[in-house]
Design a protein around this ligand. Structure first.
Ligand code: SF4
Length: 324
């Protein structure tokens, strides 16, 4: 039986920026009414264009930014309001993040051993010998020699640095890892090695992953389930094979049609006309209607409801209203 690790309920994240020209304050609606479940032991991928809100969602899940409203339940605890030091320590033992850029995420002035020890020293009461044992174990788990612990980040390649960032994410033995575009800053030849490492670690350590990427071929290879995000909303979710063999939402169909080598059922490229609307000025009704090749009048005023195609596959689109 599948067990839920993370449940996001009606999550909204917005932030303020100032217009360079007018100096007026603007509200960016980055995440809008997201509902999502992640089961223990699965890799759920979030896909969507740049600016769709996927990285903001990751930051909200890591408590790196405040949320406007909604709940994020991890193992039954709503983490949105955690403020107490002890509660936060327990939270960061469970949940860790791997960032996109291994060049900027490691402190260039610290040796790798010290980088890995840091969160153990902050978040546990373990002694020096135990901490040393853990960092040696984790560095070898990601395929690096323990002599690496005495070197600085600039002495490693991009792929090796991402291995170090993964080792750092593992030192507290988390059960849930958010990987935010973990291979997009790496050479293509190195990407496959890191993806395979994540897959191996998931099996070996029984991890659960939220994997954020704009690269559908990586997602197809790695993920168990996929959520498609557009302008801060999840518009379709399904098992990886359901999304690739039978995408329902016109936005998902357009994304997949842009990568014909993935072997989807959509052979013809679907071109989206029009720009991605600004998240400070979201369209009424279906947020995709300004670019959707199949938009109808109803789409301009009424937001579509979620429609189920199977117990694991659903999407929000008025094209399927007759199925309700
Ligand atoms: Fe297109 Fe309308 Fe469906 Fe939105 S609801 S995706 S505009 S057909």
């Amino acid at each position: 039986m599948t067990e839920t690790l993370l449940e996001i309920q009606d999550l909204n994240v917005e932030y303020k920026t100032k217009s360079v020209l007018s100096g007026k304050e603007k509200t960016i609606h980055a995440v809008n009414g997201v509902n999502l479940k992640i089961n223990k032991g699965e890799i759920l991928a979030i896909a969507g264009e740049s600016g769709c809100g996927k990285s903001t969602l990751a930051k909200a899940l890591m408590k790196l930014i405040d949320v406007k409203s909604g709940k994020i339940n991890i193992d039954g605890t709503n983490i949105v309001n955690l403020r107490n030091h002890k509660e936060l320590q327990n939270f960061y033992k469970k949940v860790q993040i791997i960032f996109q850029n291994p060049y900027s995420s490691l402190n260039p002035k610290m040796k790798i051993g010290d980088i890995l020890k840091e969160s153990l020293e902050i978040n546990t009461n373990l002694g020096k010998a135990e901490i040393q044992k853990i960092v040696e174990e984790k560095i070898s788990l990601v395929g690096l020699d323990k002599n690496s612990l005495n070197l600085y980040p600039h002495e490693f390649s991009g792929g090796q640095r991402q291995r170090i960032a993964i080792a750092r994410a593992l030192v507290l033995n988390p059960e849930f890892i958010i990987a935010d575009e973990p291979v997009s800053a790496l050479d293509v030849s190195i990407q496959a090695q890191i993806i395979n490492l994540l897959r191996e670690l998931k099996e070996k350590l029984n991890l659960t992953f939220l994997f954020i990427s704009h690269d559908l071929s990586v997602i197809k290879y790695l993920s168990d389930r996929i959520a498609i995000m557009y302008l801060g909303e999840i518009v379709e979710t399904g098992l990886t094979e359901e999304i690739f063999s039978s995408p329902k939402h016109p936005y998902t169909q357009a994304l997949l049609s842009a990568v014909p080598e993935l072997g989807t059922n959509h052979k013809e490229k679907i071109s989206l006309t029009g720009e991605l609307p600004s998240p400070e000025n979201l369209p009424q009704g279906c947020k995709f209607h300004t670019r959707c090749p199949q938009a109808m009048d109803i789409c301009k005023t009424i937001s579509p409801k979620e429609i189920d195609f199977s117990p694991t596959h659903n999407c929000k689109c008025h094209l399927y209203n007759s199925m309700v």
